[in-house]
Design a protein around this ligand. Structure first.
Ligand SMILES: [Zn+2]
Length: 467
């Protein structure tokens, strides 16, 4: 579509990954269910940007003053710490260890002491109007991931508190849920080494996959978020946030490139800004790009010493990429099937030892295809397949019946003997030679629907009618 090289396209990523168990500085749950509303209160931002007083922050505060923020607290998912009414508890040790392990995996340097910082937030997404963050790792010359289009260096790793999620916006009132506030969040930044939209997607996928090797990461929609920083020749730095699906990333980046090219063609300046990735692959203005310096030390929390004792506990788990290759080799599966099995956390070994007669490629395909179906249904099919009571040709039909809560009569799905069918077709053609292939097919499908392979049937009919 574009000559990215000629455009001097440069892309860097920021990957945000939530961690599980409990929040970073309190004991609240990270389940993020937002089920039982427990409390609701509203606040207006006070203009307290005095300490450092940077202009862009001050401006944002001025703007925010006119808005009212309404916070919703759900049972077990918020406390006084999240409301900034209590000081933070001690840091969540599990989250800290996971962060240090990720830094080790990416061969980063950890500091001797971790200083918790406050990053100013003026949009109300934190009750306290700041977000706690700390640097856990800095990239070294060995900190990079490999993609098919070259290496992408990893710049830094931070551990931070996630912010509140917007529930709705109503005139000047913004409603936030406190459930996400304080969930431990890893932030991985890359250098702007990425040169094409496809490479951006690949790099994001790679980092996401590596992170899934750690047991304490949260899984599911919204638990990993990617921001894209991009620039082109004569353009400006743009940040795109909020990708719903990774597969939309290349399309969205292409949209952003053509938007900037249009602005440049008109002789105008591309503004530095943060834009939102829309579901249809377009982007829209979110806010101006904030200035860099908007952090100051959090005096509520002592610096954390990264001593030998702590480092001894830092362990890198077996990587998902290694698990995939291991499964692939052991069961002679394709890379694609092995990847899906591992990514979806399917207990392939368990099924394989239980249903030894189903060959591994078919078993893997069935486990993936029917992973959303009821476990009992899947077991029923696998058991009957394993014992030879049904053949693979009828699995779809049996599953369909189970889904519709129909009683399944296995007799109806009993495998058929193709040589018997062949005789039957021969008889039919002899008796009624005027019948077309389709007509013969129709008669037989009426009788054997769901029990025979249609393709095979046509083959037999064609073979016999040309004789
Ligand atoms: Zn809490």
């Amino acid at each position: 579509m574009f000559d990215y090289n000629d455009l001097n396209l440069k892309i860097g990523l920021e990957i945000h990954q939530q961690l599980s168990n409990k929040k970073l500085f309190c004991n609240c749950s990270t389940k993020f269910q937002e089920k039982n509303l427990d409390s609701e209160f509203s606040r207006k931002l006070r203009a307290v940007a005095g300490e450092q007083g940077y202009v862009d922050v001050a401006a944002a505060f001025e703007e925010a003053k006119h808005r009212e923020f309404v916070y919703h607290g759900y049972k077990d998912e918020y406390c006084l710490v999240d409301c900034d009414d209590d000081p933070p508890h001690e840091i969540n040790q599990d989250a800290l260890l996971t962060a240090l392990s990720v830094a080790k995996l990416f061969k980063m340097n950890a500091p001797d002491e971790i200083q918790v910082m406050r990053k100013i937030i003026a949009d109300g997404s934190a009750c306290s109007s700041f977000q706690r963050t700390m640097l856990i790792g800095l990239g070294t010359k060995d900190s990079f991931i490999e993609t098919t289009q070259g290496n992408v260096r990893i710049t830094s790793l931070c551990l931070e508190e996630d912010a509140c999620k917007i529930e709705k916006v109503h005139d000047n009132r913004i409603h936030y849920s406190l459930s996400r506030q304080g969930i431990p969040l890893l932030e991985i930044r890359t250098e702007p080494d990425i040169k094409t939209p496809e490479q951006a997607k690949e790099a994001a996928e790679q980092i996401g996959l590596l992170l899934r090797s750690f047991s304490s990461i949260l899984r599911g929609i919204g638990t990993i978020r990617q921001d894209v920083n991009l620039s082109i020749k004569n353009g400006n730095r743009i940040e795109i946030k909020g990708f719903q699906e990774l597969r939309m990333m290349p399309k969205t980046i292409d949209f952003e490139i053509s938007r900037q090219i249009n602005i440049i063609k008109q002789g105008k300046n591309v503004e530095k800004e943060v834009r939102k990735a829309n579901d249809n692959g377009t982007t829209s203005f979110l806010r101006p790009l904030p200035g860099a310096a908007r952090m100051y030390p959090d005096t509520d929390i002592k610096t954390i010493s990264v001593n030998k004792e702590l480092l001894n506990e830092v362990k890198i788990p077996e990587l998902i990429t290694d698990k995939i290759i291991k499964l692939q080799k052991k069961h002679n599966l394709s890379h694609e099937l092995a990847s899906q099995i591992i990514k979806e956390n399917i207990d392939f070994e368990g099924y394989a030892s239980k249903f030894k007669k189903i060959y591994s490629g078919l078993l893997a395909t069935l486990l993936i295809n029917y992973s959303k179906d009821k476990k009992g249904h899947l077991e029923f099919v696998l058991q009957n397949l394993n014992s030879g009571r049904i053949t693979k040709d009828v699995i779809d039909s049996v599953m369909m019946n189970l889904r519709m809560n129909k009683k399944v009569n296995l007799e109806q799905f009993k495998s058929v003997n193709y040589s018997e069918i062949e005789n039957e077709i021969q008889e039919l053609i002899k008796k009624k030679p005027e019948l077309s292939t389709n007509a013969v097919m129709g008669i037989l499908m009426g009788k054997y629907r769901g029990r025979v392979d249609g393709k095979k049937l046509i083959e037999i009919i064609n073979k016999l009618s040309t004789k």
